[in-house]
Write a protein that binds this ligand. Structure first.
Ligand SMILES: Cc1ncc(COP(=O)(O)O)c(C=O)c1O
Length: 499
């Protein structure tokens, strides 16, 4: 059974509903709204439906099935306690329109999350509204725009991005109407301050950058970069997708940033991929707080005479709209399930989050080292080179397979497909664009030494495969090599019924 609609179960239908409490006729539904035909629901029984979804899930590859070293996307283990908490009826069964006094517990969680995110990034105010990192970028850039408008600085029309930037950075800024100015990186992938100095000016609205960069390299001159942009009157935006590398050790606030997005679905666990579910809150310095999208949770002291039900005797929580908000970027209060999971994760690990980041960095450096060593021992070190020739990387690293392309005509995509046949999710390929035939590897903190050693061994095995084998890979997966561009451009999202 490949599709629910193709299965006409012998049972006819797999559900039974209780009789309505009120006779349908009494509901006075206007005749124009009453169905003339029955909906085309699949007609299968419950066991058949369970089999269908189990079959589908078995065709998938996820962090729960194997090692998933997808650079930049930080696919980390989702502790199951997160799910237990997110599914508590007092949390999962709430309606977004419920009055504040009935949802004080959830508001307290949201408030604590805002506070925690603000503290760990060195920011003064946080909104939990955006539901993806990219949406957080757009939201923050819009806040910059309103800030400049409020000061009459309409001349600030340009946003600077390094050439190692994630594609969403220039995309978000141009969606908000800014012109993009790209600056080249130095040979080791680091930010080039002279290139930055050459482009800043009265028309600079902001610089967007992640640190560590998408090459997994920490920018030691970031404070100086911030000073250059600030001196020119611009704002600094921190792409927080790589926050997993620095949490608890330093912060965007310390580095001189004015705004940051957090990919809760990367740094603070929980499953993601394929477009969701995610959450991309943003934090800002105080001068931008009035522009944030609301609602934001505020905490007030309980005053004598207050009769509200509170989570404790001291505080009550309520929704608040910032004074000059850019408006909502998401319906209701953002992706609350994702916020709750990340809150559970943070509550469970607390100060250990610093150790988490240290382990993420250790694992990346260890894996990089073992791959290099293994390659040398097996005599295949000539087919790839470091994407960023630095001694120590942060939570991820890049390799260039350009030599392999030259020598055997095999590209990063062929090696990625070969890794699928070894039972791994392929690392990120062809990003960042400045590394030719790039392969970007991010192991995350929860993988053991054994898993990393084995991956390094298999990686080198793949590099030793015959060109024919890799050109044809994968051969063990449910689907063979697909035309990704065709698939992305020709999405089929609905079932093609005959009539
Ligand atoms: C560096 C970087 N910035 C931004 C994003 C966008 O985040 P999201 O996928 O949550 O929209 C990503 C996602 O992979 C990223 O790696």
């Amino acid at each position: 059974m490949s599709h629910l609609f193709e299965h006409n179960g012998a049972s006819g239908r797999g559900y039974s509903q209780p009789d309505p409490i009120y006779p349908v006729d009494n509901l006075q539904i206007p005749s124009s709204l009453v169905r003339s035909k029955l909906p085309r629901w699949p007609r299968i029984s419950e066991p058949e439906m369970v089999r269908h979804y189990t079959w589908l899930s078995n065709r998938n590859f996820g962090i729960d099935t194997g090692f998933y070293p997808l650079g930049s996307c930080t696919m980390k283990h989702n502790p199951r306690v997160n799910e237990v908490i997110a599914q508590l009826p007092g949390i999962a069964d709430l309606h977004p329109l419920q009055p504040e006094h009935q949802i004080q517990g959830t508001l307290a969680i949201f408030h604590e999350m805002q506070e925690m995110l603000g503290i760990c990034a060195g920011m003064d105010a946080v909104t939990l509204q955006p539901v993806a990192g990219a949406q957080g970028e757009f939201t923050a850039i819009r806040c910059f725009q309103e800030y400049f408008r409020s000061r009459g600085e309409l001349n600030r029309t340009k946003v600077i991005v390094p050439d190692s930037a994630h594609g969403t950075n220039p995309a978000s800024a141009s969606m908000a109407g800014f012109e993009i100015v790209e600056i080249p990186s130095q040979a080791d992938g680091r930010l080039d301050l002279d290139a930055l100095r050459a482009v800043v000016g009265d028309d600079t609205a902001a610089m967007m950058i992640t640190n560590p960069s998408t090459l997994g390299v920490f920018e030691p001159e970031i404070a100086e970069a911030a000073a250059i942009v600030h001196d020119a009157g611009g704002q600094m935006y921190y792409d927080g997708a790589n926050f997993n590398a620095i949490l608890g050790r330093t912060s965007p606030g310390i580095m001189g940033f004015d705004a940051v997005h957090y990919n809760l679905h990367k740094t603070f666990s929980q499953p993601h991929g394929g477009g969701g579910p995610g959450s991309g809150p943003i934090g800002v310095k105080s001068h931008l707080a009035e522009f944030l999208p609301g609602p934001i949770v505020e905490r007030r002291e309980v005053a004598s005479g207050d009769t509200l039900t509170t989570v404790n005797d001291e505080w009550w929580y309520h929704w608040q709209e910032p004074a000059h908000s850019i408006g909502k970027v998401q319906q209701w209060h953002g992706n609350s399930g994702a916020v709750i999971r990340s809150w559970a994760f943070y509550r469970r690990y607390g100060k250990d989050l610093k150790t988490m980041s240290e382990h993420a960095v250790l694992n990346a450096n260890y894996l990089r080292h073992v791959i290099m060593k293994e390659a040398e021992e097996k005599g295949v070190s000539h087919v790839f080179c470091d994407g960023a020739p630095v001694d120590v990387v942060k939570h991820e690293f890049t390799l260039s397979l350009a030599p392999l392309k030259e020598q055997k005509g095999l590209g990063a995509m062929d090696v990625a497909k070969g890794l699928l046949d070894k039972g791994y999710m392929a690392p990120t390929v062809y990003f960042p664009l400045i590394v030719p035939e790039c392969m970007m590897i991010e192991p995350t903190e929860t993988e053991s030494k054994e898993v990393l050693d084995e991956f390094a061994r298999k990686f080198i095995e793949v590099l030793q495969e015959d060109a024919d084998v890799l050109h044809n890979a994968p051969v063990t997966t449910k689907v063979r090599r697909v035309d990704e561009v065709y698939a992305a451009r020709n999405l089929v999202l609905s079932y093609p019924f005959d009539e």
